[in-house]
Design a protein around this ligand. Structure first.
Ligand code: NAD
Length: 368
């Protein structure tokens, strides 16, 4: 009650919290930290890679030490900004040499979706732990190959599911597990944004592996699983497309999907590249409800339940994620919601089934 951590747990998601936490995530004073540090190279210095690098400056358990990029000018800028030595910089042709670099423990792959599989496999073969962005792969078959490669190389494979560490999200999961919401009956997940530039890789099936579902709908699907606390046993889906030029064959604009769970709970989700202001989770049980809105954006996440407003601390998702991933890799910590390759494989099995359901109009049974 009177420890610093207890105090921090109690304060509301205020500007004070926001100004305290970005510096250190949820860590104690980093100057006093002398535990293990995960030394990370980022592969893909694009927009999300930049966000992760910024956030990692405030980690105590993880440190950005290396870069992998195809653009020398970016490497130069990042080297200066983050004080990265030349010997820790690679390109997409030569990064297998990272094998001989004892100063790098893990590679965080933050490139277009379809590149994840070959890149993670090369990282594993170089003997480094792999952290991979979502979606881990573009289908379940590829995801399984990545898991197998990492197992064979005896390295860990984690996926950038940052919401699995987010305090409001974890509070709803705690309430559900404690029975405070009663038997869970229904989940709704609404995830989308209006996508811009038609030439970007997200609208290229070859690089994206699909459309909105791969990119943003995955949050609703993954959220349905961690909010309900079960894996679905069937899926139905419908796809709608208003712009056949921008959203070509295999690139979904909008998909609505429904999931059925073993307990009888159901989920109804919307994934779209054609609407803004769509970032909401709603979980309904026999004794109560929980609502998060925004639910998966960079935050601040806001939420309420039948008991009132949620006021967990506001955190920088990527700082907290990297702190926790360091603890998972180096200290064997078990997260509340898994972030490993098997967790991502489940999402990809469901996504494969959603695409099949949308195509055939049939209810697809699932065994995860
Ligand atoms: P981006 O386009 O901004 O960056 C992609 C990077 O990959 C660029 O630096 C680009 O140069 C590099 N790249 C390497 N080979 C490429 C190729 N053949 N074609 C195009 N680019 C190539 O994309 P982003 O928004 O940073 O997304 C990267 C990954 O991160 C995606 O898998 C995406 O789903 C994921 N992501 C996750 C979150 C999250 O919140 N977890 C948020 C955004 C993106």
């Amino acid at each position: 009650m009177n420890s610093r951590r207890d105090f921090l747990q109690k304060i509301t998601a205020s500007a004070i919290a926001f100004s305290v936490f970005p510096r250190y995530g949820l860590a104690e004073n980093p100057e006093l930290y002398d535990g293990p540090v995960l030394r990370v190279a980022i592969m893909g210095l694009g927009s999300y890679g930049s966000r992760v690098a910024e956030a990692m400056q405030f980690c105590k358990k993880a440190k950005l030490v290396g870069l992998i990029s195809g653009t020398p000018s970016k490497v130069k800028d990042w080297q200066q900004k983050y004080n990265i030595p030349e010997k820790n910089c690679y390109n997409y042709e030569n990064f297998d040499k990272i094998k001989d670099n004892p100063d790098i423990d893990a590679v965080y792959v933050i490139t277009p979706n379809a590149l994840h599989r070959p890149q993670v496999i090369r990282v594993a073969q170089a003997g480094k732990h792999a952290i991979c962005e979502k979606p881990m792969a573009v289908n379940a078959k590829e995801a399984q190959e990545m898991i197998d490669a990492c197992k064979k190389a005896n390295v860990k494979l984690l996926v950038g599911y940052r919401m699995h560490f987010e305090p409001h999200t974890l509070e709803v999961i705690r309430m559900r597990k404690a029975g405070e919401l009663g038997k869970i009956l229904f989940f709704q997940g609404l995830c989308g944004f209006k996508i811009g530039d038609p030439t970007q890789w997200r609208l290229n099936k070859q690089l994206a592996g699909g459309g909105s579902l791969m990119d943003i709908g995955i949050y609703a699907l993954n959220g349905a699983r961690y909010m309900v606390g079960e894996d679905p046993i069937w899926v139905t889906a419908e796809e709608t497309k208003t712009d056949h030029v921008k959203f070509k064959e295999g690139v979904d604009e909008t998909i609505q999907f429904q999931l059925g769970f073993p307990s009888g709970a159901v989920a109804s989700c919307l994934s779209t590249y054609n609407m803004n202001n769509l970032d909401k989770f709603f979980l309904n049980g026999e004794k109560g409800f929980a609502e998060l809105q925004p639910s998966t954006g960079y935050g601040p996440i806001k939420g309420r339940t039948n008991k009132g407003e949620l006021n967990q601390p506001v955190v920088v998702h990527q700082t907290l994620q990297m702190e926790e991933m360091s603890a998972i890799i180096l200290e064997g910590k078990q997260p509340v919601v898994p972030v490993n390759g098997e967790e991502a494989l489940k999402d990809l099995k469901v996504m494969d089934a959603i695409y099949e359901a949308a195509k055939t109009g049939k209810r697809i049974p699932l065994v995860l």
